[in-house]
Design a protein around this ligand. Structure first.
Ligand SMILES: [Zn+2]
Length: 323
């Protein structure tokens, strides 16, 4: 495991170099982590780095539940039993119970082994959320004598948050992804489409007032607005593509997933399948919420179909962005 270095952003705000940009805030020997890495091994390296910096871990704020963000919690909680772990109410059950996410992926029933072992999906060990961020609204939390701003950005998950440190540095979690991730995954992992688009608007409005912005998969971002625009465009394209497919014929979520995977050349493995299928569910549910499609079970298959066949394109969508 490669050594992890701290990179200074501004004042007391840092991030870890490497695959994941774990946020670190150090003030008067007190350290606060924004997310904890994907595994015990990563957490151990982060811990070494904190020890070298002569800092004591006081708290972890989880932006959301995914295993690449909360996978280090258990190591830190075992080593430092007093450490506070902050998360929102919606994310808490998934952080505390590693089976929750794989079971959700499998429709609430027994999960496939491969999903249970998938580190980015769920933490491999349980940890206890000691401090619930509730209600789910923008607020400040106090750790030591320092105030951190919690900014709600639902969409990637139901209860995701961004965190603004007292240095006015914004850690965006997975609200958006870096160029590499953006280009690698034709279907971006968003599970609530309307909320995602609203979160993009909110994030865009925050950009002028922050001194620096970081994303977990991509590090420090200089042109966040451009990246948000690209994400928005991709989401609207995907939504339109699904609507166009449904305008041709009624399709089940599985059938849409199969078409998209073939069209976008997404590899045929269970994880890639699930990371495509779950967003497809989100898009169809959004189209249904907007009254554009409805779902109907016929001969044992639940398919979505366009409500009014006379409308051949999506007219209810927010206006496309002009680039
Ligand atoms: Zn995530």
């Amino acid at each position: 495991m490669a050594k992890i270095n701290l990179i200074k952003v501004k004042g007391n705000s840092f991030y870890c170099d490497g695959v994941f940009s774990i946020g670190v805030y150090i003030k008067d020997r007190m350290a606060v982590l924004i997310d904890s890495g994907i595994s015990k091994d990563v957490a151990k390296e982060v811990d070494k780095t904190l020890v070298q910096a002569n800092a004591q871990l006081t708290a972890i704020i989880n932006t959301h539940c995914h295993g690449d963000h909360s996978g280090g919690n258990a190591f830190f909680q075992q080593k430092y039993p007093q450490v506070k772990i902050f998360a929102t109410e919606a994310e808490k059950p998934f952080i505390e119970d590693p089976l929750m996410a794989p079971v959700c992926f499998c429709g609430g029933a027994a999960a496939f082994e491969q999903l249970k072992k998938c580190k980015p999906i769920a933490p491999q060990q349980p940890s206890k959320v000691t401090d619930i961020i509730s209600p789910y609204q923008d607020q400040k939390i106090c750790i030591g004598n320092e105030f951190f701003e919690i900014i709600n950005l639902p969409g990637h998950t139901r209860g995701m948050i961004a965190i603004k440190t007292p240095d006015n540095v914004l850690y965006c979690g997975d609200a958006i992804f870096g160029e590499e991730t953006f280009n690698k995954y034709p279907i971006l992992y968003y599970t609530f489409i309307d909320e995602t688009l609203n979160s993009f608007k909110k994030l865009r409005s925050l950009v002028p007032s922050v001194d620096a912005a970081l994303i977990y998969h991509g590090g420090m971002i200089s042109d966040l607005v451009m990246l948000i625009d690209e994400h928005e465009k991709r989401i609207l394209e995907t939504k339109n593509m699904i609507f166009a497919m449904l305008s041709e014929t009624a399709l089940s979520i599985e059938e849409i997933t199969a078409k998209i995977m073939q069209l976008k050349k997404i590899p045929d493995d269970l994880i890639s399948y699930m990371l495509t299928k779950v967003p497809m569910q989100a898009y169809v549910a959004e189209l249904e919420r907007e009254g554009l499609v409805e779902v109907k079970v016929t001969e044992g298959v639940n398919r979505a179909h366009v409500k009014d066949k006379s409308s051949s394109h999506v007219t209810h969508h927010p206006k496309p962005i002009v680039f």
